[in-house]
Structures are given as C-alpha cells and as structure tokens.
Write a protein that binds this ligand. Structure first.
Ligand code: APR
Length: 271
C-alpha cells in the first residue's frame, strides 16, 4: 500500500465518522529527551547491587525499600518536569481537535506529556498510569493527588522529601501512580475495560513508538488484526508489530520518527 493510498483511506475514514485510536509508547517522547524503556537505560543501585527498571518498578521492591524506590521515581519525575512535548505530541492534539469523539489516545507513557501538550482527559487512556500523580499505597481511597502538591520537581530530593509523601486521608505512605511489573491492569486505575471496548470499535489504529512488548497493547493490536482494521505503525525501527504488518493487507509501516511523521500525515489529510 502506498502512502497516498493510506492518506486517501484516512480521509475517507474521517468522513465516514470512523473511530481512530492512537496507541503510543516511549518512542513518542524520545524526541522530548526522555529515554525509551528498552533503549540504553541507566542502572539503579540499592546497597551494592545494580538493578534494572524491570526489577525496580515492582510492588515487591517498593514494599522492601520504599524510600529507595521513591527516590528512583522522584529522579525520573525531576527529569520529566524539565521535558517539553515535541511535534508528535502536538500533532496528536490537532488530531483530537479535528476528530473529537472519533479519537482515542491510549498511552503507555507515564511522563504526562500528552496532557501537557493539550490533549483532553476525555479521550485519554494512560494504561500504565501517570507519574504526575500519586495515590495511597494502602488504597484507603482511589483518589489521585498531583505530585506537585507534595514535591516540586525543581527542588533537590532529601530525606525530608520522603516524609512529605504521605496520604492526606490516612497518613499512610503514598506510591507513584504507575502500573508495576508485578501488578495487573484494571479499570479503576488503568482503564482496562474501557480500552478493550475501544479496541473493538476501532476502525483505524496507529501504533506509534512502541515495541508492543506489554500485554494490553499487544491485545489491542491483535483485536485490530482480527477486525481487519486499518493499522499504521510509526517507528524508525522494525518491531513485532511491523513484522506482522508487512504480511497484512490493511497495514502500513512508516519507518520514521513520530515527531516528523505525524505532522506530515495531518498536513496530507488536510485537517
Ligand atoms: N519516534 C517513534 N518511535 C521511536 C522514536 C521516535 N523518535 N525513537 C525510538 N522509537 C521507538 C523505538 O524504536 C522502540 O521501538 O520507540 C520504541 C520504544 O520501545 P520501548 O522502549 O520498548 O517502549 P514501549 O514500547 O513504550 O514499552 C512499553 O514497557 O517496560 C514497560 O511500562 C513500560 O510503558 C513501557 C512498556
């Protein structure tokens, strides 16, 4: 399928009031200076042992070493606080403006950049959480609290910082509002059922900046294949998704960075 064919199909889908779902991963934020997950990632040290994010980002590690795990997240929150949305984020805001109710944004990213760019919460599904929020570790309520009300990303992290991260309701410890590797997706915090419903009604699926490694994004992709959905993958590298799309007659692979590919598609769709 050529690029002009895809643009014609996208314009027709918009006119036919079809539903567009944008499934985004760490690659969308790469041009904002945020390292991807499976790229060159830093280690973290507790005691004398180096840990990988996959070992750090767990309920088990938090239960054993809450202060150290909080310190690791606070350093990421500081980094995210300095990051600004890139052209790919702003293109998704434009898509939402023109598609409105035909638009769903399913994000694996926890950097808060989609909302910072201007996407509305109404069509936004942060399925791995959002590091700009914290919540009660003991779940005395489902309430999400803005991290900025407890910690200013511009400030230094000190022992005193940790003492401030207490639940306003029960005074117990809080946790970052993110899905840990040893936890399961749910509707309450990660919009699981809503996203499964969206996957079923999706007519056009964009997979952007993701290796498709985690289970819910993989399920969304599989549902789209079963429903013969038009699928467009945007990624400078090959992934398990693009490998399938090369053999799928309603798919298109754009081997490009999202910061340039998305604005181009917008322009060619003349929206
Ligand atoms: N534009 C588009 N894609 C890009 C760009 C870019 N500028 N730069 C890198 N990429 C691609 C990489 O080629 C890679 O395929 O982004 C993808 C990032 O993949 P991962 O690092 O695996 O990130 P992601 O797919 O989002 O990981 C999913 O895994 O560890 C969990 O919770 C974590 O949300 C994360 C999930």
């Amino acid at each position: 399928m050529s690029q002009p064919d895809v643009i014609a199909l996208l314009k027709k889908a918009k006119e036919n009031n079809n539903h567009f779902t944008f499934l985004v991963g760490a690659g969308l934020s790469a041009e904002s200076g945020i390292p991807t997950f499976r790229g060159e990632d830093g280690y973290w040290v507790i005691g004398s042992k180096n840990y990988h994010p996959q070992e750090m980002a767990t309920r088990q590690m938090f239960t054993k070493h809450p202060k150290e795990v909080w310190e690791w997240y606070l350093s990421r929150i500081k980094a995210y606080g300095k990051s600004i949305p890139n052209e790919g984020h702003y293109a998704l805001v434009e898509f939402e403006k023109h598609l409105q109710g035909q638009f769903s944004l399913v994000s694996q990213n926890v950097d808060g950049l989609n909302l910072k760019a201007g996407n509305s919460i109404d069509h936004f599904y942060p399925i791995h959480g959002d590091l700009t929020f914290i919540r009660c570790f003991n779940e005395c309520s489902d309430e999400l609290y803005k991290i900025r009300d407890f910690f200013n990303p511009e400030e230094e992290i000190t022992k005193e910082t940790f003492d401030r991260l207490v639940c306003p309701k029960c005074k117990g410890i809080t946790r970052p509002h993110v899905l840990w590797f040893d936890e399961a997706y749910d509707e309450k915090f990660y919009r699981l059922n809503s996203v499964l419903e969206i996957a079923e009604k999706t007519d056009v699926l964009f997979t952007i900046g993701t290796t498709g490694t985690t289970s819910l994004p993989h399920h969304i992709f599989q549902t789209a294949l079963q429903n013969r959905t038009l699928i467009i993958d945007i990624n400078p590298d090959d992934t398990i998704f693009s490998q399938v799309l090369y053999e799928y007659d309603n798919g298109f692979v754009i081997r490009e960075k999202s910061g340039s590919a998305l604005p181009k598609i917008l322009k060619r769709m003349k929206i």
